[in-house]
Design a protein around this ligand. Sequence first.
Ligand code: FNR
Length: 354
Amino acid sequence: MRLTLGDFARSAEARLDPAIWDFFEGGAGEERTLAANAQAFDRWWLRPSVLRGADRPETAVKILGRAWDLPVGIAPVAFHTLAHPLGEIATARGTAALGSVPLVVSTFAGRRIEEVAAQRGDVPLWLQVYCLRDRSITRSLIERAENAGFEALVLTVDAPHLGRRLRDLRNDFRLPADVGPANLAGDGFRVPAAHARAEFDPGLDWSVVDWLRSVSALPVLVKGILTGADAALAIGAGVDGIVVSNHGGRQLDGVPGTLDVLPEIADAVAGRVPLLLDGGVRRGRDVLAALALGADAVLVGRPVLHGLAVGGAEGVTDLLTILLDELTDAMSLCGLRTLADITPDLVRPVTSWP
Ligand code: FNR
């Protein structure tokens, strides 16, 4: 019986080729940052308030003017087709079954963005952008996304190249013949790290936000901010939103868990733009901790691959339903009727009690 996201992970591991599992689960270097993401959530206790009449909590939130049914979206993850042949098509179907649960589609999606858009229902679709050396390729992908009804761009800023992922190096990981980036032409992508070295523009600076504005009218979020200083620069550059992320521990090993840096960034942002967080969110109560510490919503990455591997679109729906059930359970038990009831007082560090 699968009752938690951890149960889905174990079922997925049993079904997947070990090298693909390592590609999904691995982080960079010694994976200290990967572990830190999950550990950070266990350093906070919740502080419930009782007798608040919170038996049916309302989980809706509004981000960039769009209603989300729960404060959880799907992080951009390359090649959903490694987990299920329908890939992002199944993910879009699985999320649409729940309602308005945003899906950030990776530049390295395994399915064409137009096919994904056809399944979207009420799902807000966002395009994750890796800025390539050949800007005409990036530009044409953005134009296609805009034409297909995508609603925002998420520029990943923590990846001038891919981090040193030792599991992939030890496995000499290559994409299987039937998997590739469906929205990019060309070859040479079988070894993702080598492909990124060749194709990503490693010399980006903040002027890239102006470039995105010059090619698209869509809101621009930046993903991969880990300090208050960079959050301030991002807002100065005119971004419409910030995603606190260390790329699921896959880029620079040795940075803190995202929840650890969230308060500093929330202070710097001071509510001026939507603030999202990803990394290690695995339980409904993790969502509450992130919101109490200043996030407006969170994104989940690997769990969605687990849902896909276990049961395609239905697996994604089941997995998100568990997260939603856990969230409403925790909200109700904390005395929270709506997400607006969440204050910093909802959490306290474990260390402040003996
Ligand atoms: C990612 N991530 C990622 N990020 C991005 O901006 N573009 C991408 O193409 C990918 N691809 C990708 C592939 C795989 C297999 C994983 C696991 C992750 C990072 C992702 O968006 C997100 O930051 C993390 O996955 C969040 O952490 P959790 O939820 O996986 O712990």
